[in-house]
Design a protein around this ligand. Structure first.
Ligand SMILES: [Zn+2]
Length: 309
């Protein structure tokens, strides 16, 4: 069992809790952040997974402190899943970006299965992909949606006495992903938008009206511009880091390289295009959810390439 170490200070008035992830998710922890306000209350960013272990880690870190608000960077269960229980316990409002609540409602209503035939996927791979697509995001989304009590908009300042925390909409990973920028303290909470070493998947928050790759590149520019060289990034996984501007440039370069790879094979189906691309661990290792994610990303990149042409 991962240790539920007490919250550690990462900046004046800001503590980080490593909230254990369920086994099999490939990541050891997500980060919850506790922000103290001048009224002696705590504002929580991303309570983490909807598990007893995660709740215990938060309870230990909070140690009875009154929770004034819960802000979710995005809808994924490893960040938002614990919100409903914590809100019920504390009475704190739960806030997401307005675009994320719209996405949650779409997901909760049920998503259409991916069109595997149109992607050219061989019939023998259909069962594992349909099973992966049916993973119960619906019930999880309903749980989170039911807990939400308010929405946030771009540029809005959070109601945190003694602090100026501004909402920065950063669509890409999900359509309503948000970062929170504290200019005076030189901090930015980046959720899964920018992680120090992991490349976050894109378009993982339900159907979108716009291309997630194009959205993501624009969102990288938005947060890179906030870094004048002294900003500390507080991510949703891994550890706090500096060099946000450089990290954004590396992530943009990764996606533009991938777009060029896709552009070099314009013909054929999504399946055929995906096979020609380089994948961490190799194409043959992809199965189930990772295969579905690879195909979705290839389809998104093809759309992105077609749009920029
Ligand atoms: Zn995520």
């Amino acid at each position: 069992m991962p240790s539920t170490a007490a919250a550690e200070s990462v900046a004046p008035g800001v503590r980080r809790v490593r909230v254990p992830m369920p086994p099999g998710t490939g990541l050891p922890f997500s980060n919850a952040y506790l922000i103290a306000d001048t009224d002696g209350r705590v504002h929580l960013i991303d309570p983490g997974s909807p598990t007893a272990e995660a709740r215990e880690a938060l309870r230990t870190a909070l140690d009875g402190a009154p929770v004034a608000s819960i802000v979710l960077t995005h809808l994924h269960a490893d960040h938002s899943g614990g919100a409903a229980d914590l809100a019920a316990e504390t009475g704190a409002p739960v806030l997401v970006h307005e675009r994320e609540r719209a996405a949650l409602r779409l997901i909760a209503a049920g998503l259409p299965a991916p069109d595997l035939k149109a992607w050219g996927v061989p019939a023998e791979r259909h069962p594992e992909l349909l099973a992966a697509a049916a993973v119960p995001t619906g019930p999880a989304a309903q749980l989170v949606d039911a807990a939400i009590t308010g929405v946030l908009t771009d540029g809005e300042l959070l109601d945190v006495p003694g602090r100026r925390l501004r909402v920065v909409g950063t669509p890409g990973h999900t359509d309503g992903h948000l970062c929170l920028h504290d200019e005076e303290a030189g901090l930015i909470f980046t959720g899964d938008h920018v992680l120090p070493t992991i490349n976050s998947g894109l378009g993982l928050g339900g159907p979108t009206a716009t291309n997630p790759i194009a959205d993501y590149l624009a969102s990288l520019d938005r947060v890179a511009e906030l870094d004048r060289g002294t900003l500390t990034a507080l991510p949703g996984h891994e550890n706090p880091f500096t060099g946000l501007r450089e990290r954004c440039a590396a992530l943009a370069a990764h996606h533009l390289r991938r777009a060029d790879e896709v552009a070099a094979h314009p013909g054929g189906t999504v399946w055929e295009a995906a096979r020609t691309l380089t994948w961490t661990g190799g194409w043959d290792a992809l199965a189930g959810f990772t295969l579905l994610s690879a195909l979705r990303q290839t389809a998104q990149h093809r759309q992105f390439v077609a749009q920029r042409a």
